[in-house]
Design a binder for this molecule. Sequence first.
Ligand SMILES: Nc1ncnc2c1ncn2[C@@H]1O[C@H](COP(=O)(O)OP(=O)(O)OP(=O)(O)O)[C@@H](O)[C@H]1O
Ligand SMILES: [Mg+2]
Length: 473
Amino acid sequence: MVGKTDIEIKDIQIDSRKVKKGSVFIAVKGVAADGHQFIDKAIESGAVAVIGESMPFLAQEDIVYVQVENSAAAAGYMAHNFFGHPSEKMKVVGVTGTNGKTTIATLLYKLFTSLGYKCGLLSTVENHIAGKVVPATHTTPDAISLNALLRQMADEDCTHVFMEASSHAIQQHRITGLQFAGGLFSNITHDHLDYHKTFEEYIRVKKAFFDSLPSTAFAISNADDKRGTVMLQNTNARKYLYSLRTLAEFKGKIIENNLTGLVMDINGQEVHFRLIGEFNAYNLLAVYGAAVCLNEDKHEVLRNLSVLTGAEGRFDYLVSPKDKLIAIVDYAHTPDALLNVLATIKKLKKGFEQVVTVVGCGGDRDKTKRPVMAQVACEHSDKVIFTSDNPRSEDPVQIIKDMEAGVPSAARRKYIAIADRKEAIKTAISLAKPDDIILIAGKGHEKYQEIKGVKNDFDDKRIVKEMFDELGR
Ligand SMILES: Nc1ncnc2c1ncn2[C@@H]1O[C@H](COP(=O)(O)OP(=O)(O)OP(=O)(O)O)[C@@H](O)[C@H]1O
Ligand SMILES: [Mg+2]
């Protein structure tokens, strides 16, 4: 350390462009850039103190320098201190796993709101503070914006906060320093193909979240996931499991699973839910477990849970007024998630309804998943329409060509390509016969489509409703 520490600081920043007179600048090694390169810039903008993993070659007078082993972790602790330990004033529950984080966190937020609490929600879709919406940018915001949001929630007298804790957020120490009341694990699958090589590392990171929970917290994991028990192996928190298959503290059994909802037996009580699909049976068990661990009345919890709908764009379904066509809008944009959704639809079918899938792949992202997604769509649907997702800077037609390479030869007659997403949805709806199921995958809750770098208004659900109308279905 160099310099005096009894100086007044106005705020803390990890982005040198946001530094003002009196700021502390924390130099963090990011994925894209290394904050240590911007120390001089931060000082020029008025930083009075600098935290970093290495000392600058030439120290400036009047500037305090503190060398730390891990500045990302330091940012977590400092942000929590700077904002007055907001997580200690509320019950904060973190949700981790490959799929289901948004769904579980959103259900918890809706449940606790309906139980009469003021709550906060931090998710990839939306951040909420007691009913008000704050748009989300990342799965978890950086440590400083995260603690600022938590401070705002505490100031608004929120009692509970439900947040997604992605593996990136854990690894980058964005949640370091927070006091959690509980942690939930959903499942682990190989989702990001670029992640394959580091799969063990991915598991280790998720487990680190549970390892860091205090003994006052609860930790709830999925007994039916291969990695479910490993997650809780070394935690100090109270351990609980949920399961549809084996003995567990939160034990569920599916009695009915169709397009009108789920009927489940949960710890001996039969309940009807509006959510559909087996994976939602897991999400509901996780949510129920967390509510019980937070000392809520079991019957009250199930009563409130039974009327809830899920998160926007997550197996979100619309029924056409006349022909009772079912359109499912889902965020699935990876081969794994698409397979999951199509498998769920298959289990929900009553008989000979056809499944028509509309799907595209994002531009400027992992190209290897394009043929795989096309293959998954063709193998598990009766008809497929390849279209655009967010092509971003790429040529939409070329993206579709990359997808087509994955179509099995037996499925050549099953698909057509329509680059215009609105036209593609329209065609799917006109192709469908009464009772058929249309899956519109990839964009879920998103309200825009990015083509050639321009974001245009677009909303799958709105288009579906328009087309039901226009086509008189
Ligand atoms: N428990 C679950 N198991 C498997 N799939 C799920 C589960 N819950 C939701 N899904 C499906 O997985 C996809 C992602 O769901 P959701 O957005 O809730 O997950 P997430 O963990 O927040 O994902 P992200 O990492 O993109 O933030 C959707 O297609 C959704 O319908
Ligand atoms: Mg999410």
